[in-house]
Design a protein. Structure first.
Length: 95
């Protein structure tokens, strides 16, 4: 996760692309205690257009269950902080 601080935006986009399809694992899998930090960094350091897959994949699962997970809630928090209100409403309403 700290390596992201030193990467160019293009390199960060490549990391993000590698996470696509694995968002659920990043907060619920056996490596979640580390993977969730990488995903949070990607959300914070790249514009929403480069993280839209995270938003979509989070919505594909039960948002309430995600919010109650100690790693999932952190990813949701970053999405709420860094996406526009119109979009985040979809994450917040079920809560």
């Amino acid at each position: 996760q700290n390596m992201l601080d030193e990467m160019s935006d293009e390199q960060k986009r490549q990391v993000a692309k590698g996470l696509e399809g694995h968002v659920h694992e990043a907060w619920s899998g056996k490596e979640a205690q580390y993977a969730n930090f990488v995903l949070q960094k990607v959300i914070v350091q790249l514009p929403p257009k480069d993280n839209e897959f995270v938003f979509r994949e989070m919505l594909a699962h039960d948002v309430v269950t995600t919010a109650m997970n100690k790693y999932g809630c952190r990813i949701l928090q970053r999405l709420i902080e860094h996406f526009v209100e119109v979009d985040t409403r979809k994450l917040i309403e079920p809560l």
